[in-house]
Design a protein around this ligand. Structure first.
Ligand SMILES: Cc1cc2nc3c(=O)[nH]c(=O)nc-3n(C[C@H](O)[C@H](O)[C@H](O)COP(=O)(O)OP(=O)(O)OC[C@H]3O[C@@H](n4cnc5c(N)ncnc54)[C@H](O)[C@@H]3O)c2cc1C
Ligand code: FES
Length: 230
């Protein structure tokens, strides 16, 4: 059982939750969160936003009942966390770009803290949030509001690009990779629906170059060119 230390509402849909718990996990991994009894039936996967000296922070956007329950949590409330799950981001050397669209920015704060000198690109559809926090952990933070953050990323400037965001953005990254042929290693972190989080149910199955893969245990981080978005 974990306890809520803070739950800051950044706007009407997005919150930053800090929970007191074991501080384990690497960038790109996620936890299954449950802050309710029987409904919704399943816990919800949320990426590690940050590991602090007190616990773990999660950045979430309300899209349905589960994330609404997270938004309603108050200081001192209990919730259960299972994890950390998933492969997380690879260990990388060289010049790195972290590209987040919408709530897909969530895994990149801890990543920016962990990689040395990674550039961060943040795409928002509306008013930005947490930009100053990202500036404290990255030498370069580029922000776009209402446009296409990918337009700012020059693949040839990087050895590695990691992206997380809506499927449309990840497909656009694949198209850019195929068109530009820069040799940059491109990774995508998928946020498709999950049920168990531990490889037991196949709810998160994706089409991959080498057959079906489970996003929860084989991913959620894959090489971009190996994923097929149906
Ligand atoms: C590995 C992983 C990491 C994630 N990290 C984060 C994170 O850090 N912060 C965050 O806010 N969200 C994250 N997500 C997405 C989050 O898990 C879902 O938004 C959440 O499970 C929705 O639950 P809900 O009960 O609020 O909505 P539901 O009632 O389950 O769904 C409400 C609506 O949202 C749609 N929806 C549900 N899940 C998704 C999804 N994964 N992608 C697109 N649409 C969806 C449904 O189709 C439905 O229309 C992550 C997902 C994965 C797989
Ligand atoms: S969520 Fe059950 S196998 Fe991945």
């Amino acid at each position: 059982m974990a306890k809520v230390i803070s739950n800051v509402h950044l706007n009407e849909q997005v919150g930053l939750l800090e929970v007191e718990c074991d501080r384990t996990g690497k960038p790109g991994q996620f936890y299954m969160l449950r802050a309710w009894d029987t409904f919704p039936l399943l816990p919800r996967p949320i990426s590690i936003f940050d590991i602090t000296d007190r616990g773990i922070r999660f950045l979430y956007q309300v899209v349905g009942e589960g994330t609404l329950r997270l938004y309603q949590l108050r200081v001192g409330d209990n919730l259960t966390l299972e994890g950390p799950f998933g492969n997380g981001f690879p260990e990388l050397n060289g010049k790195i770009a972290l590209v987040g669209g919408g709530i897909g920015i969530a895994p990149f704060y801890y990543a920016a803290k962990s990689y040395e000198n990674a550039d961060v690109y943040l795409g928002f559809s509306d008013k930005p949030y947490l930009v100053d926090e990202f500036r404290q952990v990255s030498p370069s933070v580029t922000v776009d509001v209402g446009g296409t953050i990918l337009d700012y990323v020059r693949f040839e400037d990087y050895d590695h690009v990691i992206a997380c965001g809506p499927q449309g953005m990840l497909k656009a990254i694949q198209a850019k990779q195929a068109a530009e042929q820069t040799g940059t290693n491109i990774y995508v972190s998928l946020e498709n629906k999950m049920a168990c989080g531990v490889g037991a149910c196949l709810a998160c199955s994706i089409k991959h170059k080498s057959g079906r893969k489970k996003s929860c245990t084989d991913g959620p981080v894959f090489r971009a060119e190996e994923v097929s978005f149906i």
